[in-house]
Ligand binder design. Sequence first.
Ligand SMILES: CC(C)(COP(=O)(O)OP(=O)(O)OC[C@H]1O[C@@H](n2cnc3c(N)ncnc32)[C@H](O)[C@@H]1OP(=O)(O)O)[C@@H](O)C(=O)NCCC(=O)NCCS
Length: 241
Amino acid sequence: MKVPAPVKTSVEGFQVSVEEIEAILQHPPMKLPPWKDAYMKLKDERILFIRAMQDEDVPILLDFMDKVKKTEHDFYDIVAARVYTEILAVPRKRIKDPFTLVGLIDGELVGFANGRMWDKDLAISLHTMAFSRRGRIGWAMYYAKTYYALEMAGAKEWWSTFESYNGWRMAGLEMAQPTKPFPQMQHELGGATVFYLTKEDWDARVKNYARDMVGDDLHFDPSAELKKKNEKLTVPAELQL
Ligand SMILES: CC(C)(COP(=O)(O)OP(=O)(O)OC[C@H]1O[C@@H](n2cnc3c(N)ncnc32)[C@H](O)[C@@H]1OP(=O)(O)O)[C@@H](O)C(=O)NCCC(=O)NCCS
């Protein structure tokens, strides 16, 4: 777009570096605490290890989401397609203050959960996925990211929405989350209804959800052996969703 200058100028223009543009496009990150490695025992005795996504995981996860997005049932396709962009947005710095967790069993990816901070008081839930089914792994992953937002990052409110019936059951129904007025308020994922939890709701009863619904709590004291086993992320050789 060009508009004639209303005054004589000494120079005809400026050169702007991409670093200068980046400073405008990218906001300075909040000082968020790191997720602490944790584990939870599943009903079938398997040990789910939950750690933060690392830079080395990114290309592996992107390839994997490319495969998962071809799964045309239970909304895996749309969720994987959206998760692909949310993972890529982390190294490309096109997502504000994300937190991204992977759930591993002996290093193999079985779960995923992410969210981001809107500001210091509000955290937004993005997506949760289970890649080994019927183990309530999704429930443990959703609990872990809610725990991060409300217990570690200090948010006062947590906004979710649900693209799938399993997702709604896992957290909308089983955490008895109320909703914000619609259409006045919409979640950033597709403009859907906002389901929410306050820190008060969490403290009053939702904190017990993992014990009630999965059968264990998060433990933040993994052994060196357990950490070592889950250092390098691998993905399932075959999709069984
Ligand atoms: C939503 C999600 C994370 C829930 O995680 P999860 O509970 O660990 O995973 P599952 O989908 O395996 O289990 C959901 C229920 O369906 C049942 N189920 C799963 N596959 C089944 C099958 N083939 N036949 C019958 N029941 C099945 C499970 O037993 C479980 O019920 P239960 O908890 O009473 O045992 C997971 O379903 C998922 O990744 N879905 C696709 C992405 C998605 O929708 N994410 C949420 C977006 S809001």
